[in-house]
Write a protein that binds this ligand. Structure first.
Ligand SMILES: Nc1ncnc2c1ncn2[C@@H]1O[C@H](COP(=O)(O)OP(=O)(O)O)[C@@H](O)[C@H]1O
Ligand SMILES: [Mg+2]
Length: 197
């Protein structure tokens, strides 16, 4: 299957976890995943609130988003990818990230938008799951903004759709690469923070 730039290809073990045997194209897979994500978005406001910055919520959200499509949804990677930390490091890196974000929230270290943007980038950099990391980390950043700060989520797609290879996606991947080097200004500008870029 063709992957957009900045996407992680699946290895054969991961592909074997596909619950739908008839899927042959990326378009079919995208639609199945999208329907599952819609259900997760409907579950979010109905569930018992709180605990966003916990390992359990990070995993539960991924399982809710992809559990009808992938058997391994909600489970962390067991192999290494081009992107992301060594798979043995995922638990520890995630624990440190969640601790950092909690500290930023409690101490107002950054603005709410900057906390959400930094959380998003660090989470996709860890790349905890075999697939779906980008979509999961965008939604969880929005959950943080809405539930912890009472703010609207980020307009990630900017009216274009981020999964496909659009100008908006190129801008997003470029901004993540700048953040990899410690420069958050492009990702903040992408997220719509005034005067960030
Ligand atoms: N240089 C990078 N640094 C950090 N994250 C990146 C980088 N390049 C891509 N990503 C993230 O990885 C995601 C792709 O990983 P993947 O697990 O396939 O997620 P999805 O299936 O939701 O697209 C991108 O959407 C982006 O969030
Ligand atoms: Mg992917």
């Amino acid at each position: 299957m063709d992957e957009p730039d900045g996407a992680t290809p699946l290895d054969p073990d991961e592909l074997a976890g596909l619950r739908h045997r008839h899927v042959t194209t990326r378009g079919q897979l995208d639609r199945l995943e999208q329907a599952n994500i819609q259900e997760a978005l409907a579950w979010l406001p109905r569930r018992r609130k709180g605990g966003v910055l916990t390992r359990d919520f990070v995993a539960a959200l991924h399982r809710r988003m992809f559990g009808q499509v992938w058997r391994w949804a909600g489970s962390f990677r067991r192999s290494d990818k081009n992107t992301g930390v060594a798979h043995e490091q995922i638990e520890e890196q995630l624990r440190m990230l969640l601790g950092d974000v909690l500290y930023w929230v409690e101490n107002g270290t950054f603005s709410p938008m900057e906390i959400a943007v930094r959380f998003h980038h660090r989470l996709v950099s860890i790349h905890p799951f075999p697939n779906g990391n980008g979509r999961h980390a965008r939604i969880i950043a929005d959950v943080l903004l809405t539930e912890c700060f009472g703010l609207p989520g980020i307009d990630w797609a900017g009216g274009q759709g981020l999964q496909a290879m659009t100008g908006r996606r190129t801008q997003y991947i470029t901004a993540l690469r700048a953040a990899d080097l410690g420069d958050y200004a492009p990702l903040l500008a992408f997220a719509g923070v005034p005067d960030a870029g």
